[in-house]
Design a protein around this ligand. Structure first.
Ligand code: AR6
Length: 166
């Protein structure tokens, strides 16, 4: 099942939440800052041991004080106009996060709108890529994939992408 809701990803009661991090994995702004703030310092301590993360890849930590069990840190592409493999890299973030979640035995995973904040990926272009990638990445035991959008305009874009993918 794939769904989109408006909300704060740090409050999601799912097995894994995905962080839109940068390649250092050492924190930043946006959803990354919100996750570290709500989850506490354990997450950063684990991140320090991971040696960073390439764009399009994903690496897990535990989730500290968050209701989720795992945080899966992924690094989305910076938007450079659309001709720098942004869509491929954004799709890869979603596929890799689901693979990592499945390896950890997670049944539910929540994604933010990766790359659509500081990294500047237009949400109307990112949403169909994200939806197609998660649809193509179905893998047990992951059963529930939830997009958690911070603004109504982002929720609208994801709802449109979900309706068009049906
Ligand atoms: N819950 C759900 N979505 C959120 C939350 C939240 N609590 N907070 C923000 N968003 P961004 P990026 C939305 O900038 O574009 C960081 O500094 C936000 O409205 O967090 O992938 C990293 O360290 C937007 O739609 O991530 C990197 O340096 C979406 O999350 C860089 O930003 C993603 O926005 C990554 O940039």
């Amino acid at each position: 099942m794939i769904e989109a809701v408006r909300g704060d990803i740090t409050e999601q009661v799912v097995d894994a939440i995905v962080n839109a991090a940068n390649s250092s994995l050492l924190g930043g702004g946006g959803v990354d800052a919100a996750i570290h703030r709500a989850g506490g310092p354990e997450i950063l301590a684990e991140c320090r041991l991971l040696g960073g993360c390439a764009t399009g890849d994903a690496k897990p930590t535990t989730a500290g004080r968050l209701p989720a069990r795992q945080v899966i840190h992924t690094v989305g592409p910076v938007w450079r106009g659309g001709k720098a493999a942004e869509a491929e890299l954004l799709a890869s973030c979603h596929r890799r996060a689901i693979e990592v979640a499945a390896e950890l035995g997670c049944t539910s995973i929540a994604f933010p709108a990766i790359s659509t904040g500081v990294y500047g990926y237009p949400v109307d272009l990112a949403a169909p890529v994200a939806v197609a990638a998660v649809r193509g990445a179905h893998r047990p035991p992951v059963e529930l994939i939830r997009f958690v959008l911070f603004s109504q305009s982002h929720l609208d874009a994801f709802e449109r992408a979900l309706a068009e993918a049906k």
